[in-house]
Design a protein around this ligand. Structure first.
Ligand SMILES: NC(=O)c1ccc[n+]([C@@H]2O[C@H](COP(=O)([O-])OP(=O)(O)OC[C@H]3O[C@@H](n4cnc5c(N)ncnc54)[C@H](O)[C@@H]3O)[C@@H](O)[C@H]2O)c1
Length: 437
C-alpha cells in the first residue's frame, strides 16, 4: 500500500478517533472537509481511464491510492501514469480488493459499458462515492438499480457526461430555458464521427496478461476474440451500446436538457442497420430514431427528438461532427459536442457564435465538490439513467424495426414479446452479478 494512505483517509473522512471496527465501508462520511484530499481508486484505466488519471493528477486536493485493471500490461502503465511525488499507487487486477481498501473514498469507473452497472453497485455497497463513465448502464434495468443503490447508500454517483459541467453548454441551456428561441418543441441530434471497420476475426487464445474471465464479468461467456478487446467491445451487443451509447449519449443528454423533458419518452421508433461496414460489428452504422413525449410541462406540450447516426461519412452536419439543433418558435440553437454553439433568430439570422471544448476537469471538480457538500452532481445518476435509456430504447427500436411503447413509470416496454425483455439482460454466474434485476 502506498505510504500514508491511511493518514490521508483519516484526514479526508474525519474519522480519526473512531475504532477500526467502525471503519466499516458504510461509515465513510458523505461530506469531505473543505481543504483535505479525497483519496480515489481508478477502475479500468484504459483509453478514457488514462484521461481520468491525467485529470486527477491536476487536482491538488485529490490523491490516487490504487488502480485496478484486468489487463496486467495496462495496469502497470496506469500505475506509472498515476505516480505523483514519487508515490506509486498500489495495483490490483480484482476490483474487490480496491473496494475493500478503506483509504479510498471515491472510485472512477472507466471499464467497458457492461461493467458500469455491476461495478457501480459493488462500489456503492462498499461505501464509495462513484464517478462512472457514460453510458451509465448497459441496459435500462441496471440504471434503475444504480439510482436506488446510490440513494440507499447516500453516496454521490456522477456519470461521465462532461457537457453537464461545461460552461458553454450551461450558458446555452440557460439561454434556451430563458426563451432565447421561444418554445422548443423539437430537437434533432446527430452523430457522424468516422469509425473504422473491426474486420472479421476468429476466436483465439487469451493474451497471457489478460484476466479474460473478469473482463467478461457477469456478461455471457463468449470465447476471446481480438476484435472485442480492448476498445472495440463497443460494437458488440453483449458489452457495448453501439455509437448511440458511445458518442451519441453526450448529445442525447444535451438534447434532453434543452428540450426540457424530465422523464422517459413514451413512443420510440427507428430504422437502421449496417449499411456500410461488412464486418463482425453488431450495432448499426446508419440509424434514425424518433422519440416522442406526449405531454410535457404545465401545457401538456408534445415534444419530439430525432437522432441520426452515420458513422461512415466525412460530412459534418450543421458544421458539427456531433451535436443538436433545437427548434423553437422564434429561432434555432445549434450545439456542437465539444465545439461550441450558434444561435439563430428569425429568417436564419445568426445572432451569436461561441466556440469551446467539453471540460473534463470541470466535471471532476463538480464531482469532488459534491463529495464534500453532499449536493447532487451535475450529471447525477438519475440524469445519466434518463440519457442512457434513450440509447437503449433507440437501439432496441432499431433492432426490432417498429414502434415501441414504453411506460416511463414502470420502465417496461408494453405489449412486445421481442422488445420487452431487452430492457434488462441475462447475467451469467459471477461474483459481480447484480441482485434484483
Ligand atoms: N466521457 C467521455 O467522453 C468518454 C470518452 C471515451 C470513453 N468513455 C467511456 O469510457 C469507458 C471505457 O472506454 P475506453 O475506450 O477507455 O475502453 P478500453 O477498452 O480502452 O478501456 C477499458 C479498460 O477497462 C479494463 N477492464 C475491463 N474489465 C475490467 C474489470 N472487471 N476490472 C478492471 N478493469 C477492467 C480493460 O482491461 C481496459 O483497460 C467506456 O464506457 C466509454 O464509453 C467516455
Amino acid at each position: 500500500m502506498a505510504q500514508s494512505t491511511r493518514r490521508d483517509f483519516i484526514k479526508t473522512t474525519g474519522v480519526a478517533t473512531v475504532g477500526t471496527a467502525a471503519l466499516a465501508a458504510s461509515s465513510y462520511a458523505a461530506v469531505q472537509g473543505a481543504n483535505e484530499r479525497v483519496v480515489v481508486g481508478v477502475i479500468g484505466p484504459g483509453g478514457m481511464g488514462t484521461h481520468h488519471i491525467r485529470t486527477l493528477l491536476k487536482q491538488k486536493d485529490v490523491r490516487i491510492a490504487q488502480v485496478c485493471d484486468v489487463d496486467r500490461t495496462r495496469l502497470a502503465t496506469a500505475a506509472k501514469n498515476a505516480t505523483q511525488d514519487n508515490r506509486v499507487p498500489t495495483t490490483t487486477t480484482d476490483m474487490r480488493r480496491l473496494l475493500e481498501n478503506r483509504d479510498i473514498a471515491a472510485v472512477f469507473i472507466a471499464t467497458p459499458d457492461h461493467w458500469h452497472g455491476p461495478a457501480t453497485l459493488l462500489a456503492l455497497a462498499a461505501g464509495k462515492h462513484v464517478y462512472v463513465e457514460k453510458p451509465a448502464s448497459h441496459n435500462i434495468r441496471e440504471g434503475r438499480l444504480m439510482i436506488e443503490a446510490a440513494r440507499a447508500a447516500r453516496k454521490i454517483c456522477q456519470v461521465g457526461m462532461q457537457s453537464r459541467s461545461t460552461e458553454m453548454n450551461m450558458t446555452a441551456m440557460r439561454m434556451i430555458q430563458e426563451g432565447a428561441i421561444g418554445d422548443v418543441l423539437s430537437v434533432r441530434v446527430w452523430n457522424s464521427q468516422l469509425r473504422r471497420t473491426i474486420g472479421r476475426v476468429k476466436p483465439s487464445a487469451v493474451p497471457k496478461q489478460l484476466d479474460y474471465e473478469n473482463w467478461l464479468g457477469p456478461a455471457p461467456f463468449v470465447p476471446y476474440q481480438a476484435n472485442r478487446v480492448h476498445g472495440v467491445w463497443r460494437w458488440w451487443y453483449d458489452f457495448g451500446t453501439g455509437d448511440m451509447g458511445n458518442d451519441g449519449v453526450h448529445d442525447l443528454d444535451v438534447a434532453r436538457w434543452g428540450l426540457g423533458v424530465d422523464s422517459h419518452p413514451s413512443t420510440i421508433t427507428a430504422l437502421g442497420g449496417k449499411y456500410f461496414f461488412n464486418d463482425d460489428q453488431q450495432f448499426p452504422d446508419t440509424q434514425t430514431v424518433i422519440f416522442e413525449w406526449p405531454s410535457v410541462g404545465k401545457n401538456n406540450q408534445k415534444k419530439q427528438m430525432i437522432f441520426e447516426q452515420r458513422i461512415w461519412t466525412p460530412y459534418k452536419m450543421e458544421g458539427y461532427e456531433n451535436g443538436c439543433a433545437f427548434y423553437g418558435t422564434r429561432g434555432m440553437f445549434l450545439v456542437g459536442h465539444s465545439e461550441g454553439w450558434r444561435l439563430f433568430g428569425a429568417r436564419n439570422k445568426e445572432l451569436k457564435t461561441v466556440t469551446g471544448r467539453a471540460d473534463l476537469l470541470a466535471h471532476h471538480r463538480n464531482f469532488f465538490a459534491c463529495v464534500r457538500s453532499g449536493n447532487r452532481p451535475s450529471a447525477d445518476i438519475e440524469i445519466g439513467h434518463l440519457a442512457s435509456s434513450l440509447c437503449h430504447l433507440g437501439n432496441i427500436a432499431t433492432r426490432v424495426r417498429r414502434v415501441i411503447n414504453f411506460d416511463p413509470k414502470t420502465e417496461e416496454i408494453r405489449n412486445d414479446k421481442e422488445a420487452g425483455p431487452m430492457v434488462r439482460r441475462t447475467y451469467r454466474a459471477h461474483w459481480a452479478r447484480p441482485r434484483g434485476v
